[in-house]
Every structure is written in C-alpha cells, then in structure tokens.
Design a protein around this ligand. Structure first.
Ligand code: HSE
Length: 422
C-alpha cells in the first residue's frame, strides 16, 4: 500500500471539488489503484471564508511555506488561478523536487518555459490535464496515445461560456448582451466576462494544446485572438441559411512548416461534429496523419469535472517512477501570419447599379473567388441592403485587402467570419 502526502495551493470551488472527490471516492481509488492520499495542508487567502465543502479548519493555512517547504508533502496541487503567485509557487515546489498537479492554464501558458525547465532540472513531476478542457482527457490523449501521429490540426470548442452564449444566440435568435446577462445570472459567466468572451481563456488553452500537438512551444502571445462581443443575431441567422453554425474555435494547424494558432468566432458546416456541441460543453477535434480524425467531448469546467482530471493526474503521478516531460523540442516555432480558409463576409451595400460589380471586381483583383452571395431583406432608409458573400478558400490577407479598398459611401463591412472544417 502506498500513502502520499499532498498539499493544496488554493481552496475555491475546484479545491473543494478535489477535497470532496478524495474524501468521498478515496476508498474506491485505494481499492482500484492501490494508492491513498492524505491532504496535509491547504493554502488559502482567507482562513474564515465559507466554502462549498466542509474542510477541516486545522488543514488551512495562509502561509505558503507550510505547503511549499514541508518535506512530507510530495505532491502540490495548484488551483489558485491567475498567473501570480501561482507560477512562482509552482516553480518553488518543483525546485524542491515536489510533483505539481495544476489546473492553471494561465500560469502554465504564460510561464511555460520556466515551469517546464524547473520540472526538468529537478526531475520533478508536472501534470496539467485539468488546465485544458476540464474533465476531457485530451492532454493525456495527445501525450500518451497519439505519439505515433504527426498531428496536422487541432480545432476545439475550448471555452464553455462562449459556447453557451453562441448556442443560445443560435437557438433563440437572441442578442449577445441579453444572453451574456442571463449567463451571468446563472453563474455560467463571470461578473467580468472579458477572459472568456474576448478569447483569452481559449488562447491559453490553445497555446498548451498546440505546443503538445506540434512538439514546439507555441507562445500564447503568438496566438491570434478575436472574441465574440461583435457577433450579431444577424450573423448567426445568415450563417444558418448557408448551413453554418457559429462557434468560438481555437484552431491550430501545421502547414508548410509554419504553425497557425488562432482563436476567433468561426462558422463550421452544420454537419461537422463540432457543430453539434452545444451549451457549455467543450470538444476538441484532432487530425493525425495515421489516426485520422477524432473528437474528444465533455465538460470543460465545473468543480467536479475539473477535480476528475486533477485527481486522475494525482493517481498517475503516484504510479509514475520517472515523470514524463512534455515532448517539446527546442526548434523555434514559426508562426504563420496569413492563412487560407473560406470567408463569410456580411456588408451593407448601397442598393444601386454597379455596387455588386464593384465588390466582385475587388475580390477578383485580389484573387478571391466568390462561392455564393445573397441579398437579405429590404433596402433601409438610407438606401442600403445587407449582402452576404461566401468566398472559396482564400488568403485572409487577400480578403481583407480587397474589402479595405471598397469606397465607404458604397459599402460598409459588417463582419468577416472564417469558416473551418470543410
Ligand atoms: N471559463 C472557462 C470556460 C472554464 O468557460 O470554459 C475555465 O477555463
């Protein structure tokens, strides 16, 4: 029988979820896995705070040293959130030879090299399944099950809050602001929703996923990012009429030695497996040269789904004699600054002779081929109509250059949305 002493950094909802899972399912884990975990100390900001699970008061401390410097504590589980002091504490733990299990995508993506180097230099374990898509075992799959593949693309719905908002906008034709307000009332969106709706949360996750998939560090600062705040019900509705479903996707592809890594609102064909992923669910769609396409689907957030991944990492760490490091080489990653895809372009165009010829002439000049076009609704009071173009696959730079050159008094661009998963 093996007993492992564990310390926690943080005890919010996730920490309480981990404690609860160990307390309520620890005996079964012991029977099944032959390992038991004793939580010795838990670092918290406020000793007196009311928590979602009953944590014995004697375990709580507000001194990080009681976790980080205790030689009995072999594994430090981090769920403080935020970049600091979480990153510094994790590095200290690793430097002390302790295994770190973390759910913190922001700390990990922002300080990848420093955290991985500390693990490497001190032979310490670093486990982070919970940092990307909560309960979904996608990190484990990429690291441990798909090593025989050259992964060519990873596309995912990796933020549940935005998927909930876009799903409801699509189902109900509702406006972004109304659904966001509802999601905040239900506790599905934060009071300050910026990290989710502007794509920062997804960018941290995509940095970790693409680094592991392509074996080169893809820094979070290199990820193109665009959020969902500008999405209108009209975009969602027009997309539907073209057989498209709108999602906030993290897209990473390796093409011609360059890596594209981007987070933005994306239309997928309504028949694509990602289109059916609704509400707050997450899914990651991976393409490998040997395995072909596969999709991982499940709950990407919440106390118990996240605790599931954290405790699974804890068990894995306990069973591992020589901790694995991420299979990432030192070759610098070349980030693509342009990419090709189908583009959905919605514009208000003056309803008069020659305007559509002007638009199609611009597209032609930049080598952008039009796949379909519809005019929506009636002319407004100023004489404009909504026109939507779907291009064939075209370089983003070419599409934007073509549109930028159109005269403002004739054409006003409403939205440019990429289409993936053709
Ligand atoms: N806020 C995230 C989401 C969960 O909505 O998916 C934590 O990354």
């Amino acid at each position: 029988m093996e007993r492992i002493t564990v310390g926690f950094l943080g005890c919010g909802n996730i920490g309480c979820g981990v404690y609860k899972l160990l307390e309520t399912y620890g005996e079964e884990i012991f029977r099944n896995e032959g390992v038991a975990f004793d939580v010795k100390k838990i670092l918290v900001r406020s000793l007196g705070k009311k928590r979602s699970w009953n944590i014995p008061a004697h375990l709580l401390t507000d001194h990080p040293d009681e976790v980080l410097d205790d030689p009995e504590i072999a594994v430090v589980m981090e769920f403080m959130g935020g970049e600091e002091p979480a990153s510094s504490y994790m590095i200290r733990a690793l430097e002390g030879g302790k295994t770190v299990v973390t759910a913190n995508k922001m700390a990990l993506a922002s300080n990848w090299n420093a955290i991985v180097s500390a693990a490497r230099e001190h032979g310490a374990g670093l486990y982070y399944e919970a940092s990307v898509c909560g309960a979904i075992p996608v990190i484990r799959a990429i690291n441990d099950s798909l090593q025989a593949n050259r992964i060519t693309s990873v596309m995912g719905i990796i933020n549940g809050t935005t998927n909930y908002i876009l799903s409801r906008m699509s189902q109900e034709g509702a406006a972004y602001e109304d659904v966001l307000a509802d999601a905040q009332k239900l506790g599905l969106a934060e009071p300050d929703p910026t990290a989710d709706v502007e794509g920062y949360d997804a960018a941290y996750k995509l940095s970790i996923l693409s680094t592991l998939a392509f074996h080169r560090h893809v820094p979070v600062e290199c990820i193109y990012r665009e959020g969902i705040t500008g999405i209108t019900p009209l975009d969602v509705q027009c997309g539907k009429e073209f057989g498209l479903t709108l999602k906030l996707l993290g897209v990473a592809k390796e093409e011609d030695g360059k890596i594209q890594a981007r987070v933005h609102p994306t239309f997928v064909r309504s028949s694509h497996p990602l289109a059916g992923v609704s509400d707050a669910f997450n899914a990651v769609y991976v393409n490998g040269h040997a395995c072909g396409e596969m999709m991982f689907y499940g709950r990407g957030a919440g106390d118990m789904p996240t605790a599931s991944a954290l405790v699974s990492d804890l068990i894995k760490a306990a069973h591992t004699k020589r901790h694995p490091l991420p299979a990432v080489n030192d070759v610098p990653c070349e980030i693509a600054e342009d990419w090709s895809c189908v583009h959905f372009v919605r514009m208000k165009a003056k309803d008069e002779p020659g305007v559509l010829a002007l638009v199609s002439g611009q597209f032609a000049q930049y080598g952008v081929s039009i796949s379909s076009m519809v005019q929506k609704g009636d002319r407004d009071a100023d004489g404009y109509v909504q026109v939507i173009f779907l291009t064939h696959e075209a370089s983003e730079r070419a599409v934007r250059s073509a549109l930028a050159a159109l005269p403002a008094e004739k054409v006003c661009i409403g939205s440019i949305i990429r289409v993936e998963g053709e």
